[in-house]
Design a protein around this ligand. Structure first.
Ligand code: RI2
Length: 311
């Protein structure tokens, strides 16, 4: 059960920082219901395997930590508490997205054109709510190579009734003057307010800053990284070159293909982070971590990122 779930995250069948976190909580809950003995060890191994799937989005880490902070004396007590915590986390995911939509929409003026990158459920929640309120008239969606999550975004928005212009990632600067706001999601936000998001995000931020277009991030509080409080750097996932180039190029000994999945946008490029507890400047990230994620800071953060595969 755990191995199958882990592979779904690795292959990106389950993707998107929020969805991965929700899925991990659900998987741990279902697994806990099947464990009969050696509860702590088995749960810990399962948690390690899930954590070792994709390294960048801290939402996965925060989900696993939240669920694994269970208490109890007997196996039954532990199981009951773990299930309760998993359900709490899942509710957190579901309600936060909606709240972010409401809070974020207020920041958009009527009839605006918005540009988004990749496929973020939090950013789309803002865009859809703003559209319902007459604030968004049109959306530019980048295709988001190499996995083309922008196609999902274009389809989702079009199905919602919103007019979308799909563009290649490198066309952002060409169109930026037609855009009123950039809204993207987040995989991780560091203690100093830097954003780690889909590769290409930082180039968009650069173009937006130059053109004085406000750059907003939609991120649930569980996307903030308590680990960065202690100076830990965010690991940027590098995926296989075959997502980017054909075999013939990959086999050429003179050509190296690199495929980082995320990049870092420094806080100076970010105007606002929209969370479920309010819209904040990136400088306030420390407060979010201090006041809302202590369970992670004082939790079982010792889980090592070195688990082996097992079935
Ligand atoms: P939500 C995605 O990563 C994108 O980078 C997106 O911006 C981010 O997760 C957040 O998505 P990937 O899993 O949690 O496609 O807002 O690599 O849905």
């Amino acid at each position: 059960m755990i191995e199958e779930a882990a592979r779904k995250i690795e292959s990106m069948e389950i993707r998107g920082a929020a969805r991965i976190a929700r899925f991990a909580a659900e998987v741990l809950k279902n697994y806990a219901l099947t464990v009969e003995n050696d509860f702590d060890r088995k749960m810990r191994e399962a948690a390690e395997r899930l954590l070792n799937t994709r390294p960048t989005a801290v939402s996965l880490y925060n989900a696993v930590n939240y669920v694994m902070n269970y208490t109890g004396e007997t196996v039954e007590e532990k199981r009951k508490n773990l299930v309760k915590r998993a359900e709490e986390f899942i509710k957190w995911v579901d309600t936060a997205r909606e709240t972010i939509g409401r809070i974020g929409a207020k920041r958009i003026q009527r009839g605006s054109v918005v540009l988004t990158h990749c496929n973020s459920s939090a950013a789309l929640s803002v865009i859809k709510t703003a559209f319902d309120e007459g604030r968004v008239s049109e959306v530019f969606a980048t295709e988001s190579r190499p996995r083309y999550q922008g196609h999902l975004t274009a389809k989702e928005l079009a199905d919602y009734g919103i007019d979308v212009t799909l563009i290649v990632d490198s066309a952002v600067r060409y169109f930026i003057k037609e855009v009123d706001y950039v809204i993207v999601g987040a995989d991780t936000i560091t203690v100093n307010g830097a954003l780690i998001n889909k590769i290409g995000t930082s180039q968009i931020a650069l173009a937006a800053k130059e053109a004085r277009v406000p750059f907003m991030v939609a991120a649930e509080t569980y996307k903030f990284s308590p680990k960065t409080l202690f100076g830990e750097l965010v690991v940027i996932e590098e995926r296989s070159g075959d997502e980017v180039a054909p075999k013939e190029l990959l086999e050429n000994p003179r050509i190296r293909v690199r495929n980082p999945a995320f990049d870092v946008t420094p806080r100076d490029y970010i105007d606002l982070i929209i969370t479920e507890i309010g819209a904040i400047p990136p400088e306030m990230s420390y407060i979010v971590i201090r006041d809302h994620l202590q369970y992670s800071v004082f939790g079982i953060e010792e889980i090592e990122m070195n688990a082996k595969h097992y079935d």
